[in-house]
Design a protein around this ligand. Structure first.
Ligand code: ADP
Ligand code: ZN
Ligand code: ZN
Length: 718
């Protein structure tokens, strides 16, 4: 044979696959295979791509085609399933295939050198070899001690490196309550594709449902002599260390790997390789892991499925939750979406029967109860320092009883803006349409949009007044005030500023779990997932701004956040105090709008009620999920240029049945000196919208505009 022509997807904005010639070096060289990685010349560089077709013909002049430099034959080809998933994502989100496939592979696979790959493969081979005697007996002991039956997985035959390092003590599974059992039964009984919406109040034990379902699915496959893999998606791995710990403790005999962007490159590659070879029985990862290659995938779990971090906000702007559901359907396997506050989209799917709802209505731990929610009317309770007297009294009572409190304020920094009373100067960022935020401990003004940093001015830049005032408050200011109020209390602030160093968030949460903190204070970082056992009070400071946001999703997000943060309280059994009175955990929300329906729903822990009214509003306003949207964004030095580009795009093609709105500046119009505008496209039919977008974007690319632009399908921030 003289050679073949192969098609390769490359990480390039050109929406095409590229033809190359392949010639065997020796007569016995096997043909290239679809799904293999290949190193090819591209312009003046050498880049790695994915083989998408192998044939004998090309539309181009065969003599002009360039030769493949090397195939990565040491790695099994990516599976047809994986290729299909990428094709779907590329199609649906309107990106070139190569820009979907390549960025989701670890860096070590995308370089011209195979050093990293070969090292990862060598480590894999070493781990598969029989371990030395003392280690073996420890691992074997762990296996025989295992409290679960899932130890028979094919994957288990390859000991995890973690087992060599330290054998975790297997933790016995608690007896499931009837709700949990019913959920596990429903999930593990599903034949083929089924999407389950696990709607469980905070603390209802959703984790146990995931673990038991994973175990059942793995055991069932093992019984049939098949390999099995489970993918568990979590919003942010750093904020969910407890889940990782639970999974490892429950399945010490299984190879469990994590996949997220904060892993070191070598580690990420090794974990990816373990998933791709089927060694890893459980992959626990953030949104990017939905695109991991997993040949024996049998179950997908999406924990906290409502979480905004499942949406990628740059490059391929995908929803990992939506791709998870698509992937499960394509593989004909079950998927579980879990939340106490599902996304409105998922709730709607459950209502119309596309998803099957599984309810957990009660807290799982013995005698744990949902906290009592109270609203503090801030029109009545003036609080110049941000904390009303009822909230202060509640904090004091917790301190006296040795219980923990949490204060939630979703705004970091000391004050969102600085201001001069004399002349009206305010701390605008000179590069953005935004304020510079006062960061007092760091003695800086910082722009949260462009990261510009300035020293705090000694006097007003305009009039010289030396008495500049902070306006409003962020977590640092509340922290300062709490320390003045309770000098003896151990106060800990957790936000993006206090946890910049790697591992510091983890250390901070550990301190809370060990009981070394009396008052925990923070942004949405403290609201998620944590199972704080000693926390009996949550105070919410100034959540009202979101009620009046122009973003139609702000209410949904606020409600979810408040339900989640409220859910941190009262996770252990209700105490009887020395006076014999029950001490139910409490959530106090400071608001100027105590009659607002959102807060009324919160009082009653009534997600279904909130969702019903939200859906009704969306239906009558013609908003998602009742219409489908795409957003074209453009950036330019001059706002008018961006608007003109969008206006021209709008007139590029007739759009029957599609609404293309007027181009408008984005809410934060200028960021780092760049003006930004957007064009919203809407349609009642997803299929029709998709049918329009494809040729429209092709025509737009033809324009070869020098402006930066991007398209987002199913946008979340409008
Ligand atoms: P969720 O994720 O639904 O908020 P978790 O999974 O964190 O809830 O579980 C809350 C608490 O309940 C945990 O401390 C967990 O160990 C405990 N728990 C879960 N299931 C049971 C059960 N069947 N019996 C007793 N405790 C349970
Ligand atoms: Zn001034
Ligand atoms: Zn800025």
């Amino acid at each position: 044979m003289t050679g073949r022509i192969i098609k390769i997807a490359l990480d390039s904005p050109l929406d095409m696959e590229f033809d190359y010639r392949w010639k065997p070096a020796t007569a016995t060289d096997p043909d290239p295979q679809v799904g293999q990685l290949a190193l090819v010349p591209f312009g003046r560089r050498e880049v790695v791509g994915v083989v998408t077709a192998v044939g004998d013909a090309s539309d181009y002049d065969a003599d002009k085609l360039r030769d493949v430099i090397a195939l990565r034959a040491q790695l099994p080809p990516l599976s047809p399933d994986w290729l299909a998933l990428c094709r779907f994502a590329a199609d649906y989100y309107q990106r070139p295939l190569g820009e979907v496939m390549l960025p989701c592979l670890p860096k070590g696979l995308r370089t011209d050198s195979t050093v990293a790959l070969d090292r990862a493969l060598k480590k894999r081979a070493a781990a598969a070899a029989p371990p030395k005697a003392p280690k073996k007996s420890r691992a074997a002991k762990a296996l025989s001690d295992a409290a679960t039956e899932a130890s028979l997985s094919v994957a288990a035959s390859i000991p995890a490196t973690d087992i060599d390092a330290e054998v975790p003590v297997p933790r016995a599974a608690p007896v499931l309550n009837p709700g949990q059992q019913a959920a596990v039964d429903a999930i593990s009984a599903s034949e083929g594709f089924a999407a389950h919406l696990l709607f469980g109040v905070t603390g209802s034990g959703k984790t146990e449902v995931y673990l038991h379902a994973a175990q059942a699915v793995i055991a069932r496959a093992t019984g049939k002599g098949e390999a099995a893999q489970v993918l568990i998606l979590v919003p942010e791995i750093n904020l969910t260390p407890q889940l990782e710990a639970s999974v490892r403790a429950r399945f010490p005999q299984l190879n469990i790997v994590t996949l997220h962007s904060q892993l070191a490159e070598g580690e990420r590659l090794r974990h990816w390789v373990a998933a791709h070879h089927g060694d890893a029985a459980i992959v626990l990862g953030t949104r990017l892991s939905v695109l991991a290659a997993m040949p024996a995938l049998k179950l997908i779990v999406v924990d906290e499925e409502h979480d905004p971090s499942y949406k990628q906000q740059e490059g391929l702007r995908y929803s990992a939750r939506d791709l998870a559901v698509w992937r499960a359907r394509q593989l004909d396997i079950p998927v579980v979406l879990g939340s106490a506050t599902p996304s409105i989209e998922s709730w709607q799917h459950a209502l119309n029967g596309r998803y099957r709802r599984l309810d957990l209505t009660q807290r799982a731990a013995a005698q744990a109860q949902l906290p009592r929610v109270g609203l503090i009317d801030m029109e009545v309770n003036k609080a110049p320092d941000g904390l009303s007297s009822p909230l202060v009294a509640a904090l004091r009572a917790r301190l006296e009883r040795g219980e923990q409190s949490l204060l939630f304020l979703n705004r970091r920094g000391y004050a969102p803006v600085m201001h001069c009373d004399a002349c009206g100067w305010i701390s605008n960022c000179r590069r953005c349409t935004a304020f510079m935020v006062l960061h007092k401990p760091e003695r800086r003004l910082r722009c949260h949009h462009c990261s510009l940093e300035l020293r705090i001015p000694q006097s007003c830049p305009t009039c010289g007044n030396v008495d500049l005032q902070p306006l409003g408050r962020g977590t640092q200011r509340v922290e300062e005030h709490v320390q003045v109020l309770f000098p003896q209390a151990r106060v800990l602030r957790i936000d993006a500023d206090s946890t910049r160093r790697k591992g510091s968030a983890q250390a901070a949460f550990d301190a809370v779990h060990r009981g070394e903190v009396d008052i925990l204070l923070g942004t949405q970082m403290v609201a998620k997932g944590h199972d704080f056992q000693r926390l009996t009070l949550v105070g919410v400071i100034n959540p009202d701004t979101a009620l009046f946001s122009p973003d139609y999703r702000a209410g949904e997000r606020l409600f979810a956040q408040l339900m989640q943060v409220a859910g941190r309280a009262g996770r252990a059994a209700v105490d009887k105090g020395s006076d014999g009175q029950e001490r139910r955990a409490e959530v106090l929300v400071q608001t100027r709008y105590p009659q607002h329906p959102l807060y009324r729903a919160l009082l009653a822990h009534d997600y279904p009620g909130f969702a019903a009214s939200t859906l009704e509003e969306r239906r009558s306003a013609g908003l998602p999920p009742f219409v489908f949207q795409a957003l074209l964004r453009a950036e330019a030095k001059q706002l008018q240029a961006a608007l003109d580009f969008l206006q021209a795009a709008r007139e590029l093609m007739p759009a029957e049945g599609i609404i293309i709105n007027d181009p408008v500046p984005m809410t934060v119009t200028r960021v780092a000196g760049v003006e930004r505008a957007q064009l919203l496209i809407e349609c009642a039919s997803r299929a029709r919208l998709q049918a329009f977008l494809k040729p429209w974007l092709a025509a737009l690319r033809e324009q070869k505009s020098r402006l930066r632009w991007s398209l987002e399908v199913d946008p979340v921030d409008i």
